[in-house]
Write a protein that binds this ligand. Structure first.
Ligand SMILES: Cc1cc2nc3c(=O)[nH]c(=O)nc-3n(C[C@H](O)[C@H](O)[C@H](O)COP(=O)(O)OP(=O)(O)OC[C@H]3O[C@@H](n4cnc5c(N)ncnc54)[C@H](O)[C@@H]3O)c2cc1C
Length: 380
C-alpha cells in the first residue's frame, strides 16, 4: 500500500501553509492560547475566514453552486489538519464548513440554502449547535426541549447546555421534540436574536467564554425554520455526527505540541533518558495511529462508502493521542503546566481533557465499536 501524498495534494498543503504564514498576525499565539472554542478565537475567525474564502480555501470541497470548487474530500482533510495544527483560526466556523453547510445542502429548502450557504462560504457566519441538555448528553434521544405547533409557527421551550460559540452565534442548529421517541425529534435553524432566547456563559476550567447554557422560553419561530420534516431530526443529526466524528484532526495539533515538548526538553539537556525517549515515541506512535485511522475513514468517504465503525475507532484514537501527548508533557515538563503564565502546553492540556467528551464521549464510541464491530452483547 502506498501512503504517499500525490504531488497535487502536497502542493495544496503548501498553499495552505503559505496562506497561514502570511495571514496569521504576529500576536496569533496570544489569541490561540485561549483555545479553538474560545470567544477570542471565534471573534478572530470573522476577519480570518473571509480572507480564507477569498483565497478559495474555506470550502474547497463544496460544490461550485454554493461557493466551493468541487475539490476532493482529501483536500478538505489536508486543510483541516493544517488549520488545527495552527490552533484552528477558523474558530467555530469549522463546523459550518464540515457539517452544518453540507447538512443544509442535503436537507434544506431552497430558501434555507439561499439564506445560509453563501454567508457560510464567505466566512461570515457563526453558528452554535443546540443538542445537549441537562440529562441528555450521551443519551441524546432523551432530549426534552419542545417545539409545539401553533398555526404556521412553532413555540419552543426548554434548555440546552454546554453550547459552544453561543455567545457570538447568530443562528442555532437546534434539536427539539415535536413528538415522542426518536421519530419525534426535529431540527430548527433558529436566529439567536429571536425573543425568548437567553444565553448564559458557564464558568469552567477552559473558561474563556467557551461554553454556555441557552434557555428557550416561548420562542416563536415560523415553520420555515424547520430543517427537513418533523420526524426527520434523528436521521439528520446522525448524518451530521457521522460526518463530524473525524472532523477535528487534533492528532496534527498533538503531534506538533509533542515536537515542541521534545525541543524544550532537548534545550534543557533533558532528552537523553531512555524512559523519556520511549514515552515520547509512544505518544508519537499514538498520533500516527490516529492519523492512519482517520485516513481510513477519509478514504471510505472519498469512495462514497457510508460511515461505519471505522469513524468511531478513529475518534477514540484521536482522544488517545491527545491524552498521551499531554501526559508526556505533564510528567516531564511539569513546570510548563503551572504558574501564573498560561502556557501553550497548558492550553493543549485543557483541550485534551475535554476532547474525550466534547464531540460525544469516547466511552460511547467504544460501546458502539463493541456492539457493531466486535459483535459483543449490549451491557457487557
Ligand atoms: C468543551 C465542550 C464543548 C461542548 N460543546 C457542545 C455544543 O456546542 N453543543 C452541544 O450540544 N453539546 C456540546 N457539548 C456537550 C457534549 O456533547 C456532552 O458533554 C457529551 O455528549 C456528554 O454528555 P454529558 O455531558 O451529558 O455526559 P453524560 O452523558 O452524563 O456522561 C458522563 C460520563 O458517563 C459516561 N457514560 C454515559 N453513558 C455511558 C454508557 N452508556 N456507557 C459507558 N459510559 C457512559 C460518559 O462517557 C461520560 O464519561 C460540549 C461539551 C464540552 C465538554
Amino acid at each position: 500500500m502506498d501512503f504517499a501524498w500525490t504531488e497535487e495534494s502536497d502542493a495544496f498543503r503548501m498553499t495552505v501553509r503559505r496562506f497561514l504564514d502570511r495571514e496569521l498576525p504576529v500576536d496569533w499565539s496570544d489569541i490561540a492560547r485561549h483555545g479553538p472554542g474560545s470567544h477570542e478565537q471565534t471573534e478572530f475567525s470573522l476577519s480570518f475566514c473571509p480572507k480564507l474564502a477569498e483565497a478559495g480555501l474555506l470550502v474547497p470541497h463544496w460544490p461550485e453552486e454554493w461557493g466551493g470548487r468541487d475539490r476532493p474530500t482529501w483536500e478538505h482533510f489536508i486543510l483541516g489538519e493544517e488549520m488545527w495544527a495552527a490552533g484552528e483560526p477558523r474558530g467555530g466556523q469549522y463546523m459550518n464548513v464540515n457539517w452544518i453547510g453540507p447538512v443544509i445542502m442535503r436537507f434544506g429548502s431552497d430558501d434555507q440554502k439561499q439564506r445560509y450557504l453563501p454567508q457560510m462560504a464567505e466566512g461570515r457566519a457563526i453558528w452554535c449547535q443546540g443538542f445537549s441538555e441537562p440529562g441528555a448528553g450521551s443519551d441524546l434521544a432523551s432530549l426534552r426541549t419542545k417545539a409545539v405547533r401553533d398555526g404556521a409557527d412553532y413555540v419552543i421551550n426548554g434548555q440546552k447546555i454546554w453550547t459552544s460559540y453561543a455567545g457570538l452565534a447568530e443562528t442555532c442548529f437546534l434539536l427539539a421534540r415535536t413528538g415522542e421517541g426518536r421519530s419525534g425529534i426535529a431540527v430548527f435553524l433558529v436566529p439567536m436574536d429571536t425573543a425568548g432566547i437567553e444565553v448564559r456563559a458557564i464558568p469552567s476550567l477552559i473558561g474563556h467564554g467557551d461554553i454556555h447554557e441557552v434557555f428557550f422560553t416561548d420562542v416563536r419561530v415560523p415553520e420555515t425554520c424547520r430543517l427537513g420534516e418533523e420526524g426527520e431530526g434523528w436521521t439528520i443529526v446522525s448524518y451530521a455526527l457521522s460526518n463530524e466524528r473525524v472532523g477535528i484532526p487534533r492528532y496534527e495539533m498533538s503531534a506538533r505540541e509533542l515536537d515542541a515538548m521534545v525541543a524544550e526538553l532537548q534545550g534543557r539537556g533533558g532528552f537523553g533518558n531512555a524512559v523519556i525517549r520511549s514515552r515520547a515515541a509512544e505518544a508519537a506512535a499514538a498520533c500516527e495511529a490516529a492519523r492512519m485511522l482517520v485516513y481510513r475513514v477519509v478514504d471510505e468517504r472519498a469512495r462514497g462508502v457510508a460511515p461505519g465503525t471505522a469513524a468511531n475507532l478513529a475518534r477514540v484514537a484521536v482522544v488517545e493521542a491527545d491524552h498521551k501527548v499531554t501526559d508526556f508533557g505533564m510528567d516531564f515538563l511539569p513546570d510548563c503546566f503551572s504558574g501564573s503564565e498560561h502556557s501553550r502546553f497548558l492550553s493543549h492540556h485543557e483541550r485534551a481533557i475535554v476532547t474525550g467528551i466534547a464531540a460525544g464521549a469516547a466511552e460511547i464510541q467504544l460501546n458502539i465499536v463493541a456492539r457493531r464491530h466486535l459483535d459483543l452483547p449490549k451491557g457487557l
